[in-house]
Each structure stands twice: as C-alpha cells, then as structure tokens.
Ligand binder design. Structure first.
Ligand code: URA
Length: 223
C-alpha cells in the first residue's frame, strides 16, 4: 500500500506544481484518507488496473496488460513488461517471445497455455521496450502482489532478471540463480531465462528445458 500511497502523493504534488505552487503546507490525505485497499476479486482488480494512471507508462500505453489465464492455476509465469504486440492486444506474451513461451508450456510442461496464469512486473508497455524503472516497477507492484494473493500459485516461474529481481529483491544475474527453487514470503519462485533472451541465444534453451522439468516435478502430485 505504501507504493500506491506514495505514487498518489507524488501525483498530487505534480498537479500542484503544474498549477504554479512551489511550496505547499498542505498534507495530502490528512483530512480524508482515500481507500487504498485493492479489491479482493481478480475481475475488480483488473478493472482498477485498467484505469490506473499512477505512473508515466499510462501516458503512452494503448492497453493495460493485466494478465490472463486460469485464476485457480497452481503455476504462474511473471515476465517483465508488455511489448508492442501485447500493448496493442491487451494480452501478455502474445508476440514472438509469447509464441515461444506457449511452446514451452505445451511441449515441456504438457499443459495448455490457458491452464496457467501469465502476467508481468509492470502492466503497461515501457516506451521503446526499455526495462521498467524502479519507480514504475514499485508503483505497479501492489497489483502483482494482489494477483499473487488471490491466485495463490504453488509456484511462480520468474522469466528473466527483472521479474526475478522485483519478486525477490535479489540482484543476482539470472545466469547464476536460474533453476534454483527459492521460497519468498511463503511462495516458491523458480527463476529462468526470459523467452526473448532465448530468441537471441537459442543455445540457452536446454537450460530452460531443465528448469521447466524441475517445475513439472515440483508440481507433480507424485513428487
Ligand atoms: N515480454 C514480457 O516480459 N512480457 C510480455 O508480456 C511480452 C514480452
């Protein structure tokens, strides 16, 4: 909630600045604290995210890409941010790296794409596909944390360094931590390479294959 509150506070201060204020003695939120709790259903959360203007990414997006899939899934994939195809379609991982992710889900995990839940660290496309800034990622974080709280996956596969970093707080390169099962706040997280990295470095596909086998084993009822 702190991130949301800070983002709202910053937005109010920018609005005052645009109106010509250089100093203010006002304490926003003092008299009337807005209700900053996020909704407790995925549909309502998505509706709220779709109206979000808490960071600059909202200015250039076409669609908010909230996430999609089975809300009861035991497996969640978290990527970095929507790209241009995702931004125009409003769905996560539907471009070239999405095609590869779908193949990984179907051919290695033997699941259908719609059986899992897929989302990103930020829900709006960063201009020119740059990495989201820490402010953008942290402002968007309450939506992701609420998605995780509502879906309660048994395992989250963090796709790439940005997803891994903002899910765990750890700055280690993915090459060092990939394939390691890590518990964070009671949730199992498995980092692996991002599909767009695999498109540029196809030889790393064998490592991702091994990581996904670990995920499959972990989720198997007979483990
Ligand atoms: N890359 C991501 O990290 N997420 C998407 O949704 C698409 C590409």
């Amino acid at each position: 909630m702190k991130n949301l509150k800070n983002a709202l506070l910053l937005k109010q201060l920018y609005q005052l600045k645009q109106l010509g204020y250089r100093y203010t003695s006002q304490t926003p939120f003092k008299d009337e604290e807005p209700d900053l709790t996020l909704p407790n259903t995925l549909d309502k959360l998505e509706k709220q995210a779709k109206e979000c203007h808490l960071c600059d990414l909202s200015k250039s997006r076409t669609h908010v890409v909230f996430g999609e899939g089975n809300p009861q899934s035991r497996l969640m994939f978290v990527g970095e941010a929507p790209g241009s195809t995702e931004d125009s379609m409003g769905k996560p991982f539907v471009g070239r790296s999405g095609d590869l992710l779908t193949k990984m889900i179907e051919n290695v995990l033997h699941l259908r794409r719609e059986d899992v839940y897929i989302t990103n660290i930020v829900k709006c496309r960063p201009p020119n596909n740059r990495v989201p800034t820490p402010t953008e990622a942290l402002t968007c974080q309450p939506y992701l944390l609420k998605q995780i709280e509502l879906i309660k996956p048994d395992l989250i596969i963090a796709l790439g360094a940005t997803a891994y970093h903002y899910l765990t707080g750890d700055d280690s390169p993915v090459s060092k931590v990939r394939g390691t099962m890590q518990t964070h706040k009671g949730i199992m997280i498995l980092p692996t390479y991002h599909p767009s990295y695999l498109l540029r470095n196809p030889s790393a596909k064998k490592e991702v294959y091994l990581d996904l086998l670990k995920a499959e084993k972990y989720l198997s009822p007979h483990q």
